[in-house]
Every structure is written in C-alpha cells, then in structure tokens.
Design a protein around this ligand. Structure first.
Ligand SMILES: [Zn+2]
Length: 386
C-alpha cells in the first residue's frame, strides 16, 4: 500500500525519465497506432524476454476499492510475468461531504477525512481468485489484508478468512504499521510495532505458515542527516520476537519521503548509512528469516540515483542474493506501460548482478518463500477447517 498517487501518474513519471518513455509519449501524442503490449515488449530487452519476474508486491485495487479486472491484469502479465501476489488495499478513504463536498477523493492526500479498514477486500480478492481456472489460479498468491493491526481481535479476522475461503490465501499483507501521512489518518487506535495485537497476528502467521508482507517505515518523513532511524530498534525487536514467521519487510523500510539514512562525511565513522543498517540485519543470525522487498518506484529512485548508488545496491544484492525480492507495488495499473515501468527502472542495477542473484531476486526467492507458505497454509487448513 505504498501508493500515494494514482497509478497513472506513477507510471507516467517513470516513463518520462527514459528516452523510450519520451518516444512512447510522443507516439501517443501523435495518435500513432502503437500497441502498448508491443511497446512494453520492446522496452525491456536487457533481461531475458519471456517470464522476466514474479511480482512479490501487487495491488489489484486502490484506496477507494476500485481497480482493474483480473482478466485485464492477466493480459498485462502476458508471458513476461508468470506469477504474482494478489491483494487490494485494506484502507478505504472516506468521502466526507463535510470535508470535500462534491469532490470525491480517490486517494488519501485528497481529503482530511479518515481512512478505515475495509475488511470486505478479502472476500473480494477471494471471489476474484475463485473466478479463475485452476491453471490461472496457480499463477497467483492471494493475500489477506483487511484486518486492523491495532485491534486485539485483528488475528481473528485472519483466521475467519482462512476458514471461509480455504484453498485461496498464501499470506497476509501488505499491511502497514508506520506509513507516512497514512498512519495518523486511520480511524481508531494508531498502529504500533509494540502493540500486542500485532504480536498476536505474527504469532498466528508463524503457526499457520502465512507469508507476511509488512510495510513499516524505518524512519520519520524528512528525517535529519546523522540520526538513527526512529523505528529501527522497535522493528528489529518485533522481528526478533517472531523468528518463526516468514516476514518480508516491504520497501526495505523506505518511502517517498522516508529516504535512506543519510550520513555526513564528518559522522561517517560512527553513523551507519542505510545500506550498512540493512547489511547489519542481513548478517544478524537472530534475523535470518527476514527478507526484504525492493518494490515501489519510490524505492527504485534511490537505488538508481547515481552510479555510486547503483554499484552499492548491486553489491548488496550480489552478496545476499537469497534475501531480496523484486515487486512492482503498482496499484491497479492502467496498462502494460505503467506496470512494467517499475521493472525497467531497475535495469541499471540488474545489469550489474550475477546470473544467480538476478534470478533469485526476480523469481527464485519468490518461489521459495511463497511456495513454502502455500504448502503450510494448506496443511493448516486441512487440520483446522472442518
Ligand atoms: Zn504496496
């Protein structure tokens, strides 16, 4: 749920950055009959063409619970993406007449009215999944998101969804604890990494084998240079309390305005930068089950910001190839161009990866983590759903 803007503007931003993006936009401006499918196929020749990645982070619907048809998404995936996670967004932006009058907000920055948990999203995702053929279903890993992580009853919702829709879900998430501008807008108690309600959820995820995609910003927006990220200690403590849960920390803790930890030259000897913070987690035996997704164009922008950042990130992926998953984090994409734009942004990093690391980040780790979760959740269902 890392999205502030409608997908259209995200894709357009990413597209504008590349020469081919310019060409594409020019083609549309001239109304040339260029198929977007053909166009996107031409845009990624740097990686093996067929079956390029599995998408570990994909939202079918947006903040007002609208999205694209699953058949349209299958059309976008085509032969380039064999498998994908499948989830909506658990939060609904209220249309408050008192706040915005006749203007109907479609995302959370367009209104001061609160967001609230929209649990029906899970029934919707299950119904979409069940409308598919078995071969099509095999390509998706649906995720439960419609629970309140600040509610001690939140875990009961997850259990109930598994009982009512057995055979469907692989995991939970993406759900958010700390997320810039969003956390404070959610109705009810503000979520926290120290809330026992969250511990109950992660305990159950470990018991049932559910894969977990957790969004929690490592830091406050616009944090100062040379400061320890405010939520890092709590996050590591949470992860250590749940060593048996299969947790993917979304976006490596970053966001649009939650930038990588920055260290000045003077402080460089005592303060770790973001790559060093992540590396310390990767080598920590008490965090050995934690994985990281590098989804979201807002994360890609940091990775490809300079030749130095590209080299640093590529070196980290090459050194710890088993711990990172690519995902698009697109939200109800309008078409192939905006969907694949996020993947294409990573090309400078992927081109510096070993064949082994490239395969694992794009597909291998997805397969390992989500296949294991599928098997374990089906086993839990067999034992617990009558
Ligand atoms: Zn997301």
């Amino acid at each position: 749920m890392s999205d502030m803007n409608p997908e259209r503007s995200k894709g357009a931003t990413a597209l504008r950055g590349s020469p081919i993006g310019w060409a594409l936009l020019a083609c549309f401006a001239l109304s040339m009959p260029l198929s977007p499918y053909v166009a996107s196929a031409q845009r990624s020749s740097n990686v093996d063409n067929a079956n390029e990645f599995y998408d570990s982070h994909f939202h079918l619907t947006n903040y007002i619970q609208e999205g694209i048809d699953i058949r349209a998404f299958l059309g976008i995936m085509g032969t380039r993406v064999e498998r994908s996670t499948l989830f909506g967004i658990p939060l609904q932006q209220q249309w408050s007449y008192a706040n915005s009058g006749d203007f109907a907000p479609t995302y959370y920055l367009q209104s001061d009215a609160p967001l609230y948990y929209y649990s029906f999203t899970d029934a919707y995702i299950a119904s979409v999944y069940r409308s598919l053929s078995p071969a099509e279903q095999a390509r998706f890993d649906p995720m439960i998101t419609g629970f309140d992580p600040a509610d001690m009853y939140g875990v009961d919702h997850i259990r109930r969804v598994l009982r009512i829709f057995p055979g469907v879900f692989t995991g939970i998430g993406e759900f958010s604890i700390h997320k810039e501008f969003v956390s404070a807008k959610v109705s009810g108690e503000t979520a926290s990494l120290t809330n026992p309600a969250l511990d109950r959820i992660l305990d159950f995820a470990a018991e049932a084998g559910l894969a977990v995609i957790l969004h929690s910003d490592v830091d406050m927006p616009f944090a100062r240079t040379d400061t320890e990220p405010v939520y890092l200690t709590q996050m590591k403590a949470l992860l250590r309390r749940h060593p048996k849960a299969s947790i993917i920390w979304a976006h490596v803790g970053l966001g649009r305005v939650v930038h990588p930890v920055q260290v000045s030259a003077e402080a460089a000897e005592r303060s770790p930068n973001h790559v060093e913070i992540v590396e310390a987690m990767l080598t920590d035996p008490t965090l050995s089950r934690v994985n990281f997704d590098i989804s979201w164009d807002e994360v890609a922008k940091y990775a490809v910001a300079s030749p130095q950042s590209i080299a640093r990130v590529a070196a980290m992926l090459n050194k710890y190839p088993d711990r990172f998953l690519f995902g698009t984090d697109t939200v109800a994409p309008a078409g192939p161009a905006s969907y694949f734009a996020v993947f294409d942004m990573w090309a400078p990093v992927f081109s510096q990866l070993t064949a082994d690391a490239s395969f694992k980040v794009r597909k291998g780790n997805y397969e390992r983590i989500f296949d294991a979760a599928r098997q374990r959740v089906r086993a839990w269902e067999r034992a617990n759903v009558k």
